[in-house]
Design a protein around this ligand. Structure first.
Ligand code: PGA
Length: 255
């Protein structure tokens, strides 16, 4: 059994005061547990406040939701991987479907971003996933393969092991519609087979692959029991410290 990995993606929610309040409450509800990993991705503006609220909780990682594909320059409104590192982030989401579909991030840009994140010494969490029409037209594998290969072919063999992956079917994000454990297992198997071809069988087997899309306290248990699913990347249900603490504690002996 792998260490479950639970990540919170707050998207455009929670300013600094809300993030600090969450941090305090969450720390009181979720005690450090050696057998699992927890990471929170607040908006970059709230990173410092959340860090401060969790100052004595080295077990909880903090990251940013996106970085620019360049290391610096005239890019109004953007932030770089180096800045995220300087601000104390340990993790960066790359290729979230809202970045891809709302802001037009291409596979090539996502690959650049992952490279900047690695250069800054941070850990990328690469998100991939198909739209409903891709799935219904039988293109799940082709889409996931394209998204993964675009990034992995730009990395050296040792870098690939620094990535964590999230499979997030677009039709399940923020819709209340969760992939069944069977759907998740099927997609995770596809993802791992593409990984095996590109970075090798050992790295593919060892990779941490989260499922994302309407994860909540009531379904995290069955999702974690699906073959190849190592944890959850949680949007809506991560905004409430009570529900995120319940998700992070899933399957623990303390629950
Ligand atoms: P959701 O979002 O849990 O609200 O569906 C997941 C995500 O976008 O990472």
């Amino acid at each position: 059994m792998k260490r479950p990995f639970c990540a919170a993606n707050w998207k455009m929610h929670k300013g600094p005061a809300d993030a600090a309040a969450f941090g305090m409450k969450f720390a009181s509800l979720y005690a450090p547990q050696a057998d699992r990993t927890v990471v929170v991705f607040p908006t970059a503006l709230s990173l410092a406040a959340l860090r401060e609220a969790l100052a004595d909780r080295a077990d909880i990682g903090i990251g940013v939701q996106d970085v620019h594909e360049e290391a610096g320059g005239a890019h109004t409104g953007s932030l770089s991987a180096g800045m995220a590192a300087q601000a104390g982030a340990g993790w960066v989401l790359a290729g979230h479907s809202e970045r891809r579909h709302e802001f037009g991030d291409t596979n090539e840009q996502v690959a650049e971003k992952v490279n900047r994140v690695l250069e800054a010494g941070l850990r990328p969490m690469l998100c991939v996933g198909e739209k409903l029409e891709d799935r219904e037209s039988g293109h799940l594998e082709a889409v996931v393969r394209r998204q993964l290969e675009a990034v992995l072919t730009t990395l050296g063999p040792s870098d690939a092991g620094d990535l964590t992956y999230a499979y997030e079917p677009v039709w399940a994000i923020g819709t209340g519609r969760t992939a069944s454990p069977e759907d998740a297992a099927e997609a995770h198997a596809i993802l791992r087979s593409v990984l095996a071809e590109t970075v090798g069988a050992v790295a593919a087997a060892e990779a941490t692959v989260l499922y994302g899309g309407s994860v909540k306290p009531s379904n995290i248990g069955e999702l974690l029991s699906a073959e190849g699913v190592d944890g959850g990347l949680v949007g809506g249900a991560s905004l409430d410290p009570v529900s995120f603490a319940a998700i992070c504690s899933a399957g623990s002996e303390d629950t």
